[in-house]
Design a protein around this ligand. Structure first.
Ligand code: HEC
Ligand code: HEC
Length: 192
């Protein structure tokens, strides 16, 4: 008798759920539906390209020496490029204008006329792929294409808001690197 009751209860439950109210599109009532024109980031008819136009990205036109450095995105993030680089591209193995200002040697000489010029850090001169991570005495080959990691910033409205806020341990991380001193921290725990 008890079993029969249980079976009946299950049948009623399934039937009840199956018959719950739905709107015209077959969605359960109370559920918000999104218009297909609002689905994409471009907000418009997603079945035609007729009204699609690219956003004009305005990059900085400030010459090196006249721009201001940008805050790091997080500790030891590659700093963004604050100045114009249009005329310096493409970077090739034979023609790398970035090095002509930023290399250790040049930065020392040019510091007087460009006080904010940051020299390429020691990490870029080290062979981080070898065990001893020795200083090569020259820029590591893996680092010659600066724009592989450092990017200029365009003045465009982000399509999706980014709420990330870096939690710097101290103010120096906002504008500087400490990777050379911290890169091996915790590495010895791997041996155990
Ligand atoms: C004529 C010298 C010069 C050249 C060439 C140059 N830079 Fe710069 N760069 C500077 C100066 C000076 C600054 C500091 C900001 C300023 O004063 O405009 C800077 C800032 C930067 C920064 C930010 C550093 C920080 O600490 O936040 C990056 C990254 C950078 N440059 C990368 C590049 C790359 C990549 C190239 C090549 C495509 C390049 N630079 C070419 C002079 C130069
Ligand atoms: C493989 C990625 C990568 C490449 C390629 C690269 N960088 Fe960096 N760069 C970084 C990262 C990550 C940092 C921050 C951590 C550090 O200092 O090593 C950085 C930091 C810097 C800084 C700031 C140093 C400081 O003391 O604040 C400068 C200037 C810089 N890079 C210039 C360059 C230039 C010029 C080139 C090309 C010759 C270049 N980088 C190539 C990843 C890269």
């Amino acid at each position: 008798m008890r079993r029969k009751f249980l079976a009946l209860a299950i049948v009623i439950t399934i039937f009840g759920v199956g018959c719950s109210k739905t709107d015209g599109d077959g969605n359960a009532s109370g559920v918000t539906t999104i218009n297909e024109n609002d689905l994409g980031l471009r907000k418009g008819d997603i079945f035609t390209e007729d009204e699609v136009s690219g956003v004009e990205a305005k990059y900085s036109s400030a010459a090196p020496g006249t721009s201001s450095r940008l805050d790091r995105s997080f500790t030891n993030a590659p700093p963004m490029i604050p100045h114009e680089i249009q005329d310096m591209l493409p970077i090739t193995i034979k023609n790398n204008q970035c090095i002509s200002c930023h290399s250790r040697e040049s930065a020392k000489e040019m510091k007087a006329s460009m006080p904010n010029l940051t020299p390429i850090p020691d990490t870029h001169y080290m062979d981080l792929r070898s065990k001893d991570q020795k200083d090569l005495g020259h820029l590591a080959g893996a680092r010659f294409n600066c724009v592989q990691c450092h990017a200029p910033q365009a003045d465009v409205k982000p399509l999706v808001e980014n709420n990330f806020a870096p939690d710097f341990q101290d103010g120096s991380e906002k504008h500087g690197s400490n990777l050379k001193d911290t890169i091996n921290v915790g590495k010895d725990t791997l041996k155990k």
